[in-house]
Design a protein around this ligand. Structure first.
Ligand SMILES: [Zn+2]
Length: 252
């Protein structure tokens, strides 16, 4: 009888110990997915990494609602990219150093793929843009001018981050049909790998305020273009939630 009691007591003890261990294990907190750093390969993208208003920032947003904060801004480090240039030696072939280096990689990859792109126009200073815009206003009136040329102080080209590209034969030069040429298609499809955006897509006219321009590319850096590509967002306005549109903020 006493032996049976001991056996029963032992069994009870084992049951209690096993039960306590079981309860302890099952009540342990489940590790949240985000704490598993090694398997979390996509940390959230920092949208505040660069200024959206400083003209010297690669992420600056310039559109009809957001002119350059310094209207006569002039970039400090303009250089000639080592690529085919429409008019070698002309100031308007230059870009900011970082953009020029990226453009060299972009266009040499296009060359390697069998195409022949060249810079049509890159940097345009305030005065150059003013002469261009005033010329349109004088011949066609302001309403027509606004559809064809950015007002001075409102052009991405003034930042040194933008470039118009054409093919060396000048086929479809500054025309929508460039986007249907194999070269134009290649540039549009591969730009993001080199930090460039096709800035004025055909389906975003009401967002960007500009008609489709298959020749106009804007450097913003590869970190941003890859993130936008992954998210399937094509305009800076939509990605950053910044207003755009076809109406100018101020009178000229
Ligand atoms: Zn352009």
């Amino acid at each position: 009888m006493r032996k049976k009691m001991v056996q029963l007591g032992f069994l009870l003890m084992v049951t209690v110990v096993v039960g306590v261990v079981w309860v302890d294990r099952s009540s342990a907190p489940v590790a949240p997915i985000h704490s598993q750093g090694a398997t979390d390969s996509r940390p959230s993208f920092n949208k505040r990494q660069y200024s959206l208003t400083d003209p010297a920032s690669p992420w600056v947003i310039v559109n009809k609602q957001h002119p350059l904060v310094t209207r006569t801004y002039q970039p400090a480090d303009l250089v000639f990219p080592a690529v085919s240039l429409r008019i070698p030696g002309m100031t308007e072939m230059k870009m900011r150093q970082e953009a020029a280096t990226a453009l060299e990689a972009f266009l040499s990859a296009a060359d390697a793929a069998g195409y022949a792109p060249q810079v049509s126009t890159a940097f345009r200073g305030y005065q150059y843009q003013k002469t261009l815009y005033d010329g349109y206003v004088a011949t066609e009136g302001q309403a027509a001018a606004d559809t064809q040329s950015a007002r001075p102080g409102y052009s991405e080209h003034q930042t040194g981050w933008a470039v118009d590209i054409r093919t060396q034969s000048a086929q479809c030069y500054l025309e929508v049909c460039y986007g249907n040429m194999p070269e134009g298609k290649w540039l549009a499809a591969n730009a993001y790998e080199y930090g460039f955006l096709l800035r004025y897509p055909a389906d975003k006219v009401s967002v960007t305020g500009y008609s489709y321009e298959p020749w106009h590319f804007r450097y913003v850096g590869k970190g941003l273009t890859e993130e936008m590509h992954n998210q399937g967002v094509t305009t800076l306005e939509e990605f950053f939630g910044v207003s755009g549109g076809t109406t100018y903020k101020d009178a000229p």
